[in-house]
Design a protein around this ligand. Sequence first.
Ligand SMILES: Cc1ncc(COP(=O)(O)O)c(C=O)c1O
Length: 367
Amino acid sequence: MVVKFSERVAGIEISGIRKIFEAAGPDSINLGLGQPDFDTPQHIKDAAVRAIREGRTGYTTNNGIPELRAAISRKFKNENGIKYHPDQVIVTAGASEALHIVMQALINPGDRVLCGDPGFVSYASLAIIAGGRPVSVPLTKTLHIDVEKAKSLMDKAKIFVLNTPGNPTGAVESKESIKAIVEYAADKDVTVVSDEVYEHFIYGKKHYSAAQFGDNVITINATSKTYAMTGWRLGYLAASPEIVGQCLKVHQYCQACATSISQYAAVAAYEGDQSAVAVMRDEYQVRRDLIWSGLTQMGFDFPKPEGAFYVFVPMKPEMTQKIISSGVIAVPGTAFGVNAPEYTRFSYATSRQNIMTALERIEKLVK
Ligand SMILES: Cc1ncc(COP(=O)(O)O)c(C=O)c1O
C-alpha cells in the first residue's frame, strides 16, 4: 500500500535542531538546547504532588481550571499592564500548542504569516501545517525587527509573529518598535501573535507586551522557560473573546485540556514565591557575559544579546562544523530560516563550567 501523505506535512522538514542532537557524542557539551538547566522550584513540584494525592487527575474544563485562568489574568495585570478577563485565557500544552491553535483558527489557504528571519523554528512550520504561507521578515544588523521592512510586507498579511526577547537572537525589541508594529498591523487588519516566553530573561532592558498597544494582539506565554518547566507542557494564549472563541474549538478537539496536574502546579508558579525566577535571571546574565566575552575576545564580532539565553554568533558554516565536531553542540543558523546561514546559536542554559570548557575547545579551533 502507498500512503499518500498530506502535501502540507510531507513538505516540511524535521527540525534542524533535532538532527544536531542525534549527532552528539558522550563527552559533548550541549549548548544546543533551548531549555533551562534549572530544576522546577520545589513549591511548584509540591503543588503537583498534592494535586495527584488529592485525585485531581481527570479532564479539566477545556479552557483550563478557573483558578489558573484567574492567576494568569492577575499576572497579566500586574506584570504586563494588560487587562485580560480569565475567560479570555486558554490554557494549552505549552506555548507550542497555543501557537498551533492560533494558526489553525486564523489561517485560510495561502494566507501570509510574517515571521522574523532568523526566528524560532516552529512559526513557519506551524503556518504551513495550517495551510498558510510563511514570509520571512529580515532583521536589522543588530538582529532586531526592521520596522519599515515589516510594515512594507504587512499589506497582504494575515498574521505578524512578534517574539521578544527573541530566539535565536536574544534581541529585545524597544517599546517604540512594538507599538509601531501593533498600530500599523491594526490599520492593515493584521493580527499580531506575540510570543513572550522569555519575558523574564532580560538583562538591563524592559519587556513590553504588544497587547498594551492594541487589541489586535494574541499574547502567548508559558511556564516553560520562566519557571524551568519545559516538560510540564503548560502554556496559554490570551486574546479578544472573539478570537478565544475560535481558538477554543481547535483546542477542544485536538487537546481537550492541558494536563490537570501541570495546571495545579502552574497556579503555585504564578501565585507563589517568585524569587527563583530572579535567581535564574541573574545566573543567566552571568553566563551571558561569560560566553559573550569569551567569544568576542576570540574575534567573533557581535552585539551583546539583551535577553533569552542564546548568543547568535556570526561565523562561517565550516567553523560551525568544526565546533560541533570538537564536541560542542550548537545549532547552525540555517535551522532558523533562510537569512542567517553564516550564524550559529549557542545556548547558555547550561553550567558556567560547561560554558568555560566549550570556550576552551572553540579557542583551540580559532588559533
Ligand atoms: C520563542 C519560543 N516560543 C515558544 C517555545 C515553545 O515553548 P513551550 O515549551 O512552552 O511549548 C519556545 C521553545 O523553545 C521558544 O523558544
